[in-house]
Design a protein around this ligand. Structure first.
Ligand code: ASP
Length: 344
């Protein structure tokens, strides 16, 4: 068996940060510092190469340009490596995982994103274990000899999650991520226990197609009791906006007041695409369960089913970036592309 070949893409994040001497605040530092703190990596006997962002960033600074860079690094090196490990800050990790899942169309190799809550230089760091486990997952093979993971996934502490189903759920806990509407792809304990029934098994014969165009003409409207007509109309009339992810109550419900329904219906008539996503951490939009959701759906608002906000907003940017017709975007938003939602 030849040695697994893994490419690490270091973007920054707490995992590689050090304390600023003057302010004591954490700031990103270079990859040599990071890897020097994990000498155990050598015990894996893999061929490991790396590319680092220059400069490495706190993931709060993540942008579409950074996603393009990651996509390019993976696409340009796709045939040379068995798997990819992306080291990333936790703050926007779920957005990056979602975006990459759409940008890397036809992916059949592992792209494992990880990071840590404590910097690698700290005695109790979770970074060492996360990095080593991510490398092992990126190198893992199924009984058919193909990669065990053939999608973008987030590895954090005890779980491997589908990337476009994940959400950061804790700023303090080592188990910082969760996929509330999809089972874990693997549980990490004494071993790495993959749940084969929930792993993506895309057609292995289609080549990778890297999509670099994302369109930023999107925004979010978050419902809350007290939202005014002026604020709502102002948001929906933002110049240049093509799509809105609307975070609604419970099973996809919103106010039944005519000022609200009319503002939404007017926006839809102007050609704005509105995707209904629930504010609940778990569960799905069921537009017709309550009158309040039913009325909303008559305006032409689309159901986002059980998609996360992170996947919804990046999917919109992706679809608008593909120069599709209005109807093709509508169809794309209501159809799962790479396991990001369940349509019952
Ligand atoms: N602010 C950091 C980041 O997202 C937090 C972390 O990595 O955990 O880059």
């Amino acid at each position: 068996m030849r040695q697994p070949r893994i490419l690490i893409i270091y973007t920054g994040g707490t995992i590689g940060m050090i304390e600023d001497i003057e302010t004591h605040a954490l700031r990103p530092f270079d990859f040599t510092h990071l890897i020097d703190n994990v000498p155990k990596v050598k015990m894996l006997e893999y061929v490991i190469d790396n590319i680092q962002f220059n400069p490495p960033i706190d993931s709060s600074d993540m942008s579409i340009e950074h996603w393009k860079q990651m996509t390019r690094h993976i696409a340009d090196n796709y045939d040379k490596y068995d798997g990819f490990v992306v080291l990333h800050g936790t703050d926007t990790m779920a957005y990056t995982a979602s975006a990459l899942s759409f940008m890397l169309e036809g992916l059949t190799k592992p792209v494992i994103i990880t990071g840590s809550q404590l910097p690698i230089g700290e005695v109790r760091t979770d970074g060492e274990e996360n990095l080593i486990t991510a490398l092992q997952i990126a190198a893992a093979r199924d009984s058919d000899g193909l990669p065990m993971i053939r999608e973008v996934a987030i590895l954090f502490e005890n779980y491997l999650w589908r990337g476009n189903r994940s959400t950061k759920r804790s700023a303090d806990n080592f188990n910082a991520f969760k996929s509330n509407n999809y089972p874990a792809l693997a549980k990490i304990g004494l071993g790495i226990d993959f749940d084969r029934k929930v792993l993506a098994r895309p057609d292995h014969t289609t080549p990778l197609k890297a999509n670099y165009n994302l369109d930023q003409s999107v925004l979010v409207v978050d419902l809350f009791p007290g939202l005014s007509e002026t604020t709502l109309r102002h948001s929906l009339e933002t110049p240049g906006i093509k799509g809105v992810v609307m975070r609604t109550y419970g099973a996809g419900n919103g106010p039944t007041a005519s000022w609200f329904i009319n503002a939404i219906a007017d926006a839809v008539k102007r050609g704005i695409i509105i995707l209904n996503v629930t504010q609940c951490v778990n569960g799905s939009v069921h537009a017709t369960r309550y009158v309040s959701g039913d009325i909303l759906s008559t305006t032409g608002v689309l159901s986002g089913h059980d998609i996360t906000f992170e996947a919804a907003i990046t999917k919109m940017m992706f679809l608008f970036g593909q120069k599709l017709s209005h109807d093709e975007v509508l169809l794309g938003l209501t159809t799962p592309i790479c396991g990001e939602m369940t349509v019952k």
